[in-house]
Design a protein around this ligand. Structure first.
Ligand code: ZN
Length: 284
């Protein structure tokens, strides 16, 4: 007899969140494991968690990137112990269930587009701004993939005139790309303190909004989203949304219809999206 139970994994650089559930918006028994430098150790804990529950119908993994879809695992991550790790194989071998693989941000975009701030919208982008920057893109219910998958965090930027002259970004590959200039570690490196400790009138916020608005402009020009959700730790400062919308209007300069930039509506968008993908098992 079928259990009607689906599994989801949000595989992050510092933690793995796992859940089982029947309804994507109502994950049961969410648990958290640290991301060890030994992938076998983390995956052992994840697999043991699922074995505590009735057999799953299917399972979806929302993974940190880059994801190697051909090898069904982790791609060229700077987390060297995880590079090339065959996530899907490790899960199917132990749990004997169909496994769907997606990027964490594409899964979050699915979650928000089905149940959250992107509901009812055809073309939708979810951006997260935290330790890294990434974006998921959903077009008519399908996540966007190509040679790889969107890597919005590495878009090039125009430098803000108020940048401290000695700061040239933290991305090891490009220096002054979006992630290099606007991620949590970029803010900390530039100002010597983490984003959450900066006062509301600090020049950091105007610079941050300038960079995120540039990414939104690029997305508006390329995929023309109806709406853009921005989440992640740096956007815990809710005042950023008004700043980004103003800056985006200035950059667009009347040429395009303006996509709205809004906060996420779900507490766990990637996990919700993963449960939805496990349930439909047809996203990818
Ligand atoms: Zn970069």
């Amino acid at each position: 007899m079928s259990s009607g139970l689906y599994g989801a994994i949000e595989a992050g650089g510092t933690k793995f969140l796992v859940a089982v559930g029947r309804e994507p918006t109502d994950p049961l028994d969410v648990r958290r494991f640290p991301t060890s430098n030994d992938p076998e150790q983390t995956m052992g804990a994840v697999i043991a968690y699922f074995k505590e529950h009735p057999p799953l119908e299917s399972l979806a993994v929302a993974s940190f990137g880059p994801v190697d879809f051909a090898a069904r695992g982790i791609g060229k991550t700077p987390k060297l112990a995880w590079q090339g790790f065959p996530l899907v194989h490790a899960l199917t071998r132990s749990l004997n269930v169909p496994v769907v693989l997606e990027t964490d941000v594409n899964a979050a975009a699915v979650g928000e587009s089905l149940y959250g701030a992107g509901k009812g919208v055809g073309t939708f982008v979810y951006i997260t701004v935290g330790t890294g920057i990434g974006a998921g893109i959903v077009v008519d219910g399908k996540t966007l993939h190509g040679l790889l998958h969107p890597e919005v965090g590495h878009l090039p930027l125009r430098r803000h005139a108020g940048e401290p002259p000695e700061f040239h970004g933290v991305c090891p590959f490009h220096g002054e790309c979006l992630e290099g200039m606007a991620s949590g570690p970029a803010i900390r490196a530039r100002w010597g303190q983490p984003a959450e400790t900066l006062p509301p009138d600090h020049p950091a916020w105007g610079i941050e909004a300038f960079y995120i608005a540039q990414a939104c402009l690029s997305l508006a020009c390329v995929v023309s989203p109806h709406r853009i959700v921005v989440g992640g730790g740096v956007f815990a400062n809710a005042a950023l949304y008004a700043l980004v919308n103003e800056e985006l209007a200035r950059l667009v300069n009347g040429y395009l219809p303006l996509p709205e930039v809004v906060p996420p509506a779900l507490p766990l968008p990637a996990l919700t999206g993963a449960l939805a993908m496990a349930r439909t098992a047809c996203w990818r």
